[in-house]
Design a protein around this ligand. Structure first.
Ligand code: DGL
Length: 219
């Protein structure tokens, strides 16, 4: 079955490890090779071409090490580069991107907040998701530009997170999208702050379902 396969999981830093944890819960026998790029984290403040140059050799390592698929556990890389990477590396890729569509379905106030890196928010793919699925809605994009490093360095300031979360809720958001895998590590904090006022969503579950389908198609 699917569980005997070997896959690569990538993120710039520790964000993707939260995704590894979720995958392991669902597919405990799957062999996972995890790679990050601590030297260049955070990606979210960098230029797309620069990021492309960083990830290319890392993805080649996944191929050389016999990975049969790659999970891009980095919204910044997925939203900006998955198409190019799929062309360059001929193995299946599953990417995480902000769950805009799911949020649009869930919201009653017709206002959602997307927490993501500046590079994700500036991507064509994210803009397309917004245009396609949030017509007539308000999409808030709070400034979370320093969250990835705050989490990477294990120096989470609850007050800072609370301020941004409360502001978004005050502006009407009843669904908050975690559009960066680093933020998965503070999901419980955000849920606690938003309790009874807004729902917090991130794409791990559908991504794992997609990964199962991809593995099912492999020999
Ligand atoms: N974890 C990455 C993401 O999902 C971003 C962190 C970074 O800025 O490097 O977008």
């Amino acid at each position: 079955m699917a569980n005997k396969h070997k896959i690569g999981v990538f993120d710039s830093g520790i964000g993707g490890l939260s995704v590894v944890k979720a995958i392991q819960n669902e597919l405990p026998d799957l062999e996972i090779v995890y790679k990050d790029d601590k030297k260049h984290v955070p990606y979210g403040l960098r230029d797309v071409n620069e990021i492309h140059g960083f990830v290319r050799p890392i993805f080649q390592e996944f191929v050389d090490e016999g990975c049969q698929a790659i999970v891009i556990a980095c919204n910044t890389v997925t939203t900006n580069l998955i198409t190019e990477l799929r062309h360059e590396f001929k193995l299946p890729m599953v990417g995480l991107e902000p769950a805009v569509r799911a949020a649009a379905v869930m919201t009653k106030s017709k206002t959602i907040a997307v927490c993501a890196t500046p590079r994700t928010l500036a991507s064509k793919r994210y803009k397309w998701l917004k245009q396609e699925f949030t017509k007539g809605m308000v999409v808030l994009e709070p400034d979370c530009s320093d969250w990835a490093m705050m989490i990477e360095n294990d120096s989470v300031e609850r007050d800072k997170v609370a301020k941004i979360t409360n502001q978004a809720i005050k502006q009407g958001a009843d669904v908050i999208v975690l559009g960066c895998t680093h933020y998965h590590w503070i999901e419980e904090i955000i849920k606690d702050i938003a309790k009874g006022r807004a729902k917090i969503i991130q794409p791990e579950k559908p991504v794992i379902e997609q990964l199962k389908r991809v593995l099912g198609r492999l020999a």
